[in-house]
Design a protein around this ligand. Structure first.
Ligand code: SAM
Length: 388
């Protein structure tokens, strides 16, 4: 535990408030973990870690500042015990556990119970009566309820789709999601008191990165900004249509001077911007050599369009582009990247998001010149200053 506290403190770059240290000590993380965990294997995959075969490794993992995958669905991680430092950073951003009684939130909703660990921390910080939590997966919800009981905590833990919030105990002073979203479900804003905070990890098809912190305003509005931390698994949707896109055969071939590594090579600020500017576009690298020494493959998650950008192994400023379908995805990426450069290569912390009374989202960039650069949403809604 002392090592975990030291690692968390180092990663956060600040001393933990005493209430947080106390909460971490009173919520034994191992009580929330299944006997089989999945740890990163260092090669982009996962390997199992079983309490029965290697109890020492299992217990060490429980008290290491790392996310522990607890469930896979269709080959992808679908639930985890989040990384403790990320959990605490989110709670700090949400203003949970502030010392003064009068500012301590009395009604908090956690979305995505998972193992129940975060809900238990909330209980330790605010008291059982303040905490509600909701989980989509019935098996996980039932196990989390058992974990919470074993550890001595009693929040209201329910099973349901967090897209609808949790009406029975609304309104809340804080709504905290532990999965990432690309837009704020209206229920979250409607169920938050005016002045209350909504904190959620962010994702787009292009880039899973960042945390959005909003303050709820009147009439279903909310305003806030992005913060440069966290990469959480995306929200699961009940009854999601999983039908694949239809094949398309119309193709255009061309040449680009924009390096695919600039847009998909790990520059998180550029990729965060592209995720907002080109909704629905996702990418994957193909280095099998089947098409080219390296190919960036781009797909439209909701339609048949796709694009491919090929590196021939020699030229760093000339790449072959193929685009197919109604969306010219590489053209959209190029326009988005050019806009990001025009804005002065903003960092994630400069992006602001507003939700209006109709639930419309507007995202813009705060530059030194004032509000400028609508990235997504209606022109003219960000207010004041020049729009680029
Ligand atoms: C990163 S895990 C949560 C970690 C958890 N808070 C903990 O402390 O262990 C994300 C959880 O969100 C749940 N989830 C995803 N989409 C959901 C939805 N629409 N409604 C409710 N829960 C959801 C997943 O099943 C998963 O258990």
């Amino acid at each position: 535990m002392d090592q975990l506290l030291a690692d968390v403190t180092e990663l956060l770059g600040r001393q933990l408030p005493p209430e947080y240290e106390c909460a971490l000590r009173t919520v034994p993380r191992h009580l929330f973990l299944p006997s089989r965990l999945w740890l990163r294997d260092g090669e982009g995959g996962y390997r199992p870690c079983d309490r029965s075969t290697d109890p020492n490794e299992w217990l060490t993992a429980a008290y290491t500042d790392t996310p522990l995958v607890t469930q896979f669905t269709d080959g992808l991680p679908s639930s985890s015990a989040s990384m403790p430092s990320m959990v605490l950073r989110t709670l700090l951003l949400a203003g949970i556990g502030e010392a003064a009684d009068e500012v301590r939130p009395r009604r908090v909703l956690e979305l995505g119970t998972g193992t129940g660990f975060n809900a238990a921390l909330l209980c330790a910080l605010l008291g059982d009566g303040a905490v509600s939590t909701v989980e989509l997966d019935p098996l996980l919800a039932a196990q989390a309820a058992r974990n919470l009981q074993t550890a001595g905590f009693a929040p209201v833990a329910s099973c349901g789709d967090a897209a609808a919030g949790w009406q029975p105990r609304a309104p809340y002073e804080r709504v905290i999601a532990t999965f990432s979203v690309d837009r704020i479900p209206p229920a979250w804003v409607q169920q938050t008191v005016v002045g209350g905070r909504i904190v959620t990890p962010w994702t787009s098809s292009w880039c899973r990165y960042g945390t959005l912190a909003l303050t709820a305003g009147p009439d279903g509005t909310a305003h806030g900004r992005f913060h440069a931390f966290a990469s959480f698994m995306p929200m699961r949707r009940s009854g999601q249509d999983t039908a694949g896109p239809a094949a398309v055969s119309v193709r255009r071939k061309g040449v680009t001077s924009l390096s695919p590594w600039l847009v998909a090579g790990g520059d998180l600020d550029a990729e965060f911007h592209l995720g907002l500017a080109v909704p629905g576009a996702s990418f994957a690298w193909d280095t099998s050599g089947e098409h080219a020494p390296a190919r960036l493959h781009i797909a439209d998650d909701e339609g048949p369009s796709w694009a491919a950008v090929d590196y021939d192994g020699h030229s760093a400023d000339r790449f072959t582009v193929i685009q197919a379908g109604p969306r010219l995805l590489w053209d959209e990426i190029t326009a988005g990247y050019t806009h990001w450069e025009t804005l002065g290569r903003p960092r994630i912390g400069q992006y602001r998001l507003s939700v209006d009374t109709a639930g419309e989202h507007t995202v813009w960039v705060e530059t030194g010149r004032g509000r400028s650069g609508i990235v997504r949403g209606r022109q003219g809604e960000a207010g004041g200053g020049q729009q680029t």
